[in-house]
Design a protein around this ligand. Sequence first.
Ligand SMILES: NC(=O)C1=CN([C@@H]2O[C@H](COP(=O)(O)OP(=O)(O)OC[C@H]3O[C@@H](n4cnc5c(N)ncnc54)[C@H](O)[C@@H]3O)[C@@H](O)[C@H]2O)C=CC1
Ligand SMILES: CC(=O)C(=O)O
Ligand SMILES: [Mg+2]
Length: 631
Amino acid sequence: MSLLKRRAAYGALRASLAEGFAARLLGSGVNDARAFSAPAATYKPSDTVDVEIVRKKGIDLIHDPLFNKGTGFPVPERERLELRGLLPKKSLSMQAQADRFMEDYQLGKTYIDPKHVSDGGVTPDHVRRWKVLQELQDRNETLFYRLLLDNFVDMAPIVYTPTVGWACLNFHKLYRRPRGMYFDATDKGEMASMVWNWPANDVDAIVVTDGGRILGLGDLGLNGLGIPIGKLDLYVAAAGFNPGRILPVVLDVGTSNRVLKDDPLYLGLNQDRMSGPEYFEVMDELVKALMGRYPDAVLQFEDFNMEHATPLLDRYRHHHLCFNDDIQGTAATAVAGVYGALRVQGKSNKELAQQRIVLVGAGSAGMGVARMLALGMVKQGLTYEEATANFWILDADGLITVKREKQLSSTVEPFARKTQADVEGETLAATVKRVKPTVLIGLAGAGKLFTEEVLTTMGEHNERPIIMPMSNPTHRMECNAMEAQKATGGRTIFASGSPCNDVEYEGRTISSSQANNLYIFPGLALGAHLGATRVITDEMLMAAAEALGDCIPEEDLDKDIVYPRLKDIRYVSMIVAKRVMKMAYDMGHLHSFAAKKALEISDEELEAYVQEHMWEPVYKPLVNLPVGVQE
Ligand SMILES: NC(=O)C1=CN([C@@H]2O[C@H](COP(=O)(O)OP(=O)(O)OC[C@H]3O[C@@H](n4cnc5c(N)ncnc54)[C@H](O)[C@@H]3O)[C@@H](O)[C@H]2O)C=CC1
Ligand SMILES: CC(=O)C(=O)O
Ligand SMILES: [Mg+2]
């Protein structure tokens, strides 16, 4: 094929991908018609493409999953990159490779013994799919992300919750190849040099955990690295971060998990989890090392335990481009979901101020959600004190009141109940009976706390109860969709942390939504990165929440769906990123000259700017011939 023909064909390939993208969005019939038709109007696929710089050749190239195309290397690359004889001669198109993979993925040829899937609420088939996908990611990331993006609804529960929970529990047994960076407390004094061992000179996003509280599975120590890996998979698929410019990190500070410590295969430090000033010193050193080498990267803190999550956020958020996903991403997600549920009830955002909210789980996620919902109420006209009076928060010791003997943390304290009627330590069932909440949220990670009694009471006092069991993974959720619908006669507006199927109830199909921070963190990070915002403020988070709420199509609200469809996740991330940048601009935090310029031209220009910066999972030419398609 001639060079010109190749250029045209590559342009056509990109255009058809863009068309597919736009068609999917248009097909979603979102209420904001202008926003949703924008990609078709503004997407400008170029008819040439930059050659990707790759220094490897031959077998080293085949073994590099970032550049490997497997049987997809076209002839000129095989010739110029010393690949001849190392691969079967026939070149397959990416589509043919994808079809072949999907056969394996769907047919299930790999047998998984059910007794190896004993925890985490996942099935043997989830695990099989996880293994097949993992193997693909280890050999060909472009194809992996193409498939993840094109099959997001099916594959997100595999690379993310619930299956990622199982992968973390078993991380030490599954470990085959390194992914991400491993630091531990004994590396003190060395971290700034260690970080230079990472091969990429540019990193746009880092997700770090210390494994302290992995989903609702507790302290998993080094095994927690599975979560930053899963989150960053979504950064790429959902928001178009470049997979060569992301970095998952674990800081191993020991673990309180005896089962892991006693397991000879466990790969982490065999010591108790650190705490106190020593802990913060190690963490400071890691953050300094990471930010020292990658000062422009967005740093996401993930799955820290209650003792450290908020103090770490408070320590860095004013000086670094960082956020805590469990506190802030979850909060923005919950606000969007409640706004969505109000719209399902035919109400406006203003009615947020009238809600009575019972929230179980006074940890990082729960208190982040409570605070942001309260800030939402302030936006609707209440004082912060009036807003906090609309909440009843429970933890493992029951309802939290000012009479609590244990000292309350600064995040919980404003929400402690003050009135005579509120009994310290009251049970959830009793609180729900007495308070008659309109919204019930679960973020305790303790399993079935929304009992039949609790759910039935919600149904008795509300025409359309809003019930959000947001804990993860599946078996740690406070209830499932069927339980909620059965107990309330199919009237619940339902959203859960891990995915739940729609419910068939008395001849009707009742929708279930997923209330998970995956709707926020990719777009939030993308907006912060592209806008070079240097910090992430409450206002930017609120803008993200409102953007997410605005992405729900009217026709989906009619079906009780309170979050956008996951198949539209790239579009949702683009809108969230745009709104985050606009808020950053208003507040003087938008430091990218190019983003500012686009924003000042028009909304459409800003959308196009975001979209053009999203990495696409297509094979880029590796030699100086545009070869996006096969001969
Ligand atoms: N859907 C989503 O997007 C997100 C969900 N989560 C989930 O939220 C859960 C909690 O996460 P964090 O707040 O970070 O944990 P955390 O450890 O900081 O807080 C847990 C809270 O739950 C309370 N709790 C524990 N057992 C309880 C019981 N039996 N009854 C009442 N309260 C109880 C604890 O006292 C504590 O206040 C986890 O399952 C996590 O997977 C977290 C972030 C995002
Ligand atoms: C979703 C999430 O971040 C969590 O469950 O911790
Ligand atoms: Mg988390």
